[in-house]
Design a protein. Structure first.
Length: 160
């Protein structure tokens, strides 16, 4: 079933499991709107910049999507496809809302965005199936890292 997601300008996005409709984390996530998305732009923009730098984007990527220079413009290159729910790992009892999206700069791995308890963005990057960067890298020092860059200058942290 499709649900309307205010964060993505009321775009209709496929919900993986209809039973999730009453999940408090999903209800909370659906309160996120354009202003929240604009605040989160830097994380997705840094993912794009890191990828572009890593692959030498000027060789082909810039021809395909142009050069994004303003963080808020990155959203025109993102298409949300699925909303999924997942629980935390180990002692983490949180619920996580995951949005899988296509993105123009990373066709193979796309874009994965994760909100802890639906309230705040806690992870951005290519789809890897982990709900936090500390899970992805088995490193508790990454608990507040939203985007873990291949170059540290692109790594972003959650606002505290």
């Amino acid at each position: 079933m499709k649900i309307r997601v205010p964060y993505f300008d009321d775009c209709d996005v496929q919900l993986d499991d209809e039973d999730s409709l009453n999940n408090p984390a999903l209800v909370e996530f659906l309160k996120r709107d354009l202003q929240d998305r604009l605040k989160d732009s830097r994380h997705v923009f840094n993912y794009y910049q890191d990828f572009r730098t890593m692959i030498g984007g000027e060789d082909w990527l810039d021809d395909e999507m142009g050069i994004v220079t303003i963080p808020e413009q990155i959203w025109s290159h993102v298409t949300p496809r699925f909303v999924l729910m997942d629980g935390g790992r180990g002692s983490d009892e949180s619920q996580y809302v995951i949005v899988e999206a296509e993105c123009a700069w990373e066709v193979e791995h796309g874009l994965m965005m994760v909100w802890k308890d639906g309230k705040f963005l806690c992870k951005v990057g290519g789809y890897d199936g982990h709900v936090t960067n500390s899970n992805s890298y088995a490193d508790d020092k990454l608990i507040n890292v939203v985007y873990s860059g291949s170059d540290d200058k692109f790594t972003t942290h959650r606002d505290r």
